[in-house]
Design a protein around this ligand. Structure first.
Ligand code: SF4
Length: 456
């Protein structure tokens, strides 16, 4: 499924040697968070900031000559689905470069205010707004602090300066941001996998509202802005983050396994578990399917083969092109013929993708398809801009025109309706309680607004 439309990954390092290889590798490990654009800025003492951005993936686009030209021992990088970052600026505190992961919901309002005060914008991207708020407030710490008062939405960011790298997370901590180190340097990353895979020790997560300066002294908290509460995006564990990451102390793999186990437990409790195999919709369904297998004892078996060579540098623009690409990427394994399949996915958005998968499996001779979905039904577009879906596009909203699911009977009615819509033999979701319990994070520390409509 693709509910998350506006995703990014950020990486930064202060090193005791040339840092560009670290940034390049770090971005490669974060590429799942955005494949459309990539960029690197490094601080070259004496020469200021070196800076290159590209359309496409980091390993396809950066040449070795370009990498050699990015001299400096500290720097930042960015991968994105939406726009080119980092953005480099000349300011009264010297050259800076800014990259962020998140969304500014009140961008129009903030731009209008700034334009009325004589500011101009190149395209009005969120990164321009974020950067200009930081710059117009004088020093970097005051600038980042001003974001917490002005910006509605979510942001984790890095600012490259002559004195080091500033890293910060919005006051709710919607987006992840984690610190790591080794003998060669101090790093910050959207996900722990980039640090782990570069033999860095995980230091800790950046706290919501915290501003950290990373330089030769290591990590220093230069300011802690008051945080009303934590509201980590629950989607990170169910779908967005890589399965080998640990976010806010919780392993993504464990969370997905727990979500799958909980789906199996519901089938066991409802004595509704006659199947030959359990299989994932690759790739985000893998952890959920393994959890289902563990709890149910039903054999785990892939039914789709992921064709890594059908990969592409850019996201397809039209829906038809996207569907063709999706078909090339996943082919059905003939093994499925005559089998009763439990098919695990992370969530259902419009229902088109899961409908196509069920159709492909049935065409290949599958006897029954029982769809099991890790997240509760999506009932609201994300108020924090992490998805741009409108309410009308969400499949569950076509059944429940208003209100939210408040009883198991309502959930069952919806499941039966969706099963018919996507031509599956049955559909079941995790209930909200089971979902939260599986993540092992206190409910009050999570954002669940796209499921229950409650704003943090
Ligand atoms: S509304 Fe949903 S997608 Fe948006 S931040 Fe909250 S949990 Fe994440």
């Amino acid at each position: 499924m693709r509910f998350i439309e506006e995703n990014c990954g950020i990486f930064g390092i202060y090193s005791n040697a040339q840092c560009v290889d670290y940034i390049y590798q770090g971005l490669d490990f974060l590429q799942h968070r955005g494949q459309e654009y990539c960029g690197i800025s490094t601080f070259d003492d004496g020469n200021g900031i070196n800076h290159i951005t590209h359309h496409g993936r980091v390993t396809n686009r950066f040449t070795s000559e370009e990498l050699r030209s990015l001299e400096g021992t500290w720097g930042i990088g960015h991968v994105s689905l939406r726009d080119r970052q980092p953005m480099k600026w000349q300011t009264k505190v010297g050259e800076i470069s800014v990259a962020f992961s998140g969304n500014v919901i009140n961008a129009g309002e903030l731009m209008e205010d700034m334009m009325n005060r004589g500011k101009s914008f190149y395209k009005g991207y969120d990164i321009e707004i974020i950067s200009k708020i930081i710059i117009e407030n004088g020093d970097i710490i005051s600038g980042i602090s001003a974001l917490s008062e002005k910006v509605k939405g979510s942001y984790s960011l890095v600012v490259l300066t002559g004195e080091g790298i500033y890293a910060s997370r919005d006051i709710y901590g919607f987006r992840p941001l984690i610190l790591g180190k080794n003998s060669e340097g101090y790093a910050v990353s959207s996900e722990s996998r980039a640090l782990q895979n570069m033999d860095m020790e995980i230091f800790r997560d950046v706290v919501p509202g915290e501003i950290v300066l990373i330089n030769y002294k290591g990590f220093q908290t230069v300011k802690q802005i008051d945080s009303p509460r934590k509201a980590h995006c629950a989607f990170e564990w169910a779908y967005t983050a890589s399965i080998d990451s640990i976010i806010d102390g919780v392993s993504v793999q464990e969370a997905r396994n727990n979500l799958g186990e909980s789906l199996a437990q519901r089938d066991i409790d409802e004595t509704d578990i006659a199947a030959d195999i359990v299989a994932p919709v690759p790739m985000s369904g893998v952890g959920h399917a393994l959890g289902y297998h563990k709890r149910s004892g039903i054999n785990y078996q892939d039914v789709f083969l992921y064709n890594r060579y059908a990969d592409r540098s850019y996201t397809q623009i039209t829906q038809t092109a996207r569907e063709k690409m999706a078909k090339r990427k996943l082919s059905v394994l003939p093994y499925v013929k005559g089998k009763r399949v439990i098919l695990c996915d992370d969530s259902i958005v419009r229902g088109t993708q899961i409908f196509n998968k069920v159709r492909d499996l049935k065409k290949a001779g599958a006897k029954e398809i029982h769809v099991r979905v890790a997240c509760p039904p999506l009932m609201h577009p994300c108020a924090f801009g992490i998805s741009t879906r409108s309410e009308g596009e969400l499949l569950a909203r076509k059944f429940f025109k208003t209100g939210d699911i408040t009883s198991i009977k309502q959930l069952r009615d919806l499941e039966a309706w969706i099963a018919k819509k996507i031509d599956a033999d049955s559909v079941k979701f995790n209930t909200m309680d089971a979902f939260v319990e599986s993540l092992k994070i206190p409910r009050g520390n999570l954002c669940l607004q796209c499921f229950d409509g409650i704003l943090p």
